[in-house]
Design a protein around this ligand. Sequence first.
Ligand code: G4P
Length: 532
Amino acid sequence: MTEQNLSLTDEIKRRRTFAIISHPDAGKTTLTEKFLLYGGAIREAGSVKSRRSQKHAVSDWMEIEKQRGISVASSVLQFEYNNFCINILDTPGHQDFSEDTYRTLMAADSAVMVIDSAKGVEDQTKKLFQVCKMRGIPIFTFINKMDRKGKDPFELLEDIENVLGIRSCPVNWPIGSGKEFKGVFNRHKNQIEVFDDGNHGQDIAKSITGEVSDEKFNTLLGDALHEQLLNDIELLDIAGDNFDLDAILNGELTPVFFGSALTNFGVEPFLESFLEITSPPSPRSSNLGDIDPNTNNFSGFIFKIQANMDKNHRDRIAFLRICSGKFEKGMTVTHVQRNKKVKLSQPQQFVAQDRVIIDSAYPGDIIGIHDPGIFNIGDTLSEKQSNLQYTNIPQFAPEHFMRVSTKNALKRKQFVKGITQLSEEGAIQVYRQPNGGMEELIIGVVGVLQFEVLEYRLKQEYNVDILMNPLPYRYVRWIENDLSKFGKLSMTMDTLLVEDKNSNPVLLLQNEWSIRHLLERNEGLVLKETSL
Ligand code: G4P
C-alpha cells in the first residue's frame, strides 16, 4: 500500500490512526464500510440487512468479512484515501465488549464517536468516551442515521455537552432530517452540499455543491428547508461554540458532523474534514521523555495479544503500534521488558483486502507479530534504545466477577498456567484474597462474554474444567496509599479487600454508596479506577 520513495517524514505526515467508538447499533460497521468504499478498498457496499441473527459473539470485523468476502478478521484495518494512509482500530461492541476494547484506544491518535440521531449519547459510548478523555485525544462526533426521524440537532448538541461534559462545535449542519434529509451545510466553507439519492448507499453518493445564497438551492431544497437552514445558521452563529483547533486537538472540544452512513449522505464531507483536522502521529511519552516519531530508531508498544483459537497452534499474535522510526521486515529489536533481542521475521499487516506479510511500516501503523508466549500487554520493542519504555497501559476496572476454581484438584498446575496466560493476554484480571492460595481465584472481566471465553479456553487448551460462582461486586478500586502506614480500613461488610497480580491492594465493591462510605470514613484514602 505504501508509495515508494517517500521519506519517513512524508510517510508520517500522511498517516491517521483512529478508533471508532459507539454504542452497539449506532452504525460503526456501516460507517467503516463506507470509508472503505470511498477509499476504493471495496467496490460496492453490501446490504447490511440480515446480520442481526449473527451479531452475537463475533467481532464487527468478522461481520464485514463474512458479508463482503473480504478478510478483515482483525482489530485493525488499513486503507488509503486521497493519499492519506488510514489505520482504523476496531473497538468491539456487543457481548464481546472487553478490556481489549479499552486498550485499543491506547493505540489510537484520535477517536470518531458515532451517535444514533434518535438515541443520543448511550451507555457504551460514555464508557469509551471516558477513556479517550483520560488520554486527551481528539474526539470527532458523527451523528448518524439522519435519514431517519431523530432528535432535534440542537438537542443532540446539548446531549453531548450535558452527558459527556465536552463542548461541541458543529462543522457540518444537517439540511432536513428523516425522508427530508437532503444534505449538509459546511460552516467552514460556507457551502451547501446536496446529495443525490442514487442507489441507496451502495455507491458513492453524487452531490451538488454551492454557496448558501445560490438560487438553485431554492429549487433543490424547496423554500421551507432552505429557509429553515438559514435560520439554523443564524442560531448556530450565536449559540454554538467557535471552532478552536487547539481545543479540538487537546480533546476539549468535539467537532460535530451529521450524516447517514446508510445512504452515504455526509460521509465523504466528514471523512475529508476529519482527515484534515486530525494530526498525524505525534510524540509519545516514555520513561525517556517524549519520543518523536520522526527518528531513526524504530520503536513501538504492544497493546493487544490475540490467541489463536486453533487448539493445535498455541501461538499468539501480538499487535504492535509503531511509535517511531521505520519498521523493516526481519529487523532485530530489543524486547525491553525481558532485555532480549527478538527478530521480527513474519510481520503482518491488515490491509483492507487481506492479511499480508509486509516489508516495511511506519509510525501510526499497527503490525501483527508472532508471539511464542514472550510478550505482555504494554511491552516495548525498540531498535536502538534498549531501556526505552512507553508509558504503561492501565488495567481498566472490571465490572463482573466470579470465584473460579478447578473441578479436579489434580489439574491445579494446568489451571494456574492457563489462568496466568489468559491474564497476560489481558483477557481477564486475577485477584487473590490476601494470604489465599491459587486453588481459588477471583476473576474480574469488563465484558461478561469473557467468562465464556475463559471456560472454553481452559477446557480446550489446558483440558481443565472449572467451577464458576458469580460474585455480587460491580466496582474495583485500586488503593493508592501504602496500607501498612495507613492502618486498618473502615469499610462496609459487603466490601472485599484483595490483591491484584502484582500484589497491589484492591477493593471490590457492590455499589457507589460503598465507595462514598470508604472515602468518608477513611480520611486521606486515595482510590483509582485504573491501575498502572
Ligand atoms: P454497529 O456496528 O454500530 O453495531 O452498527 P451497524 O453498522 O451494524 O448498524 C446497525 C443497524 O443500523 C443496521 O441495521 C444498519 O443498517 C443500520 N444503520 C446504520 N447506519 C444507518 C443510517 O445511517 N441510517 C439508517 N436508517 N440505518 C442505519 P440492521 O442490523 O440491518 O437492522 P435494522 O436495525 O435495520 O433492523
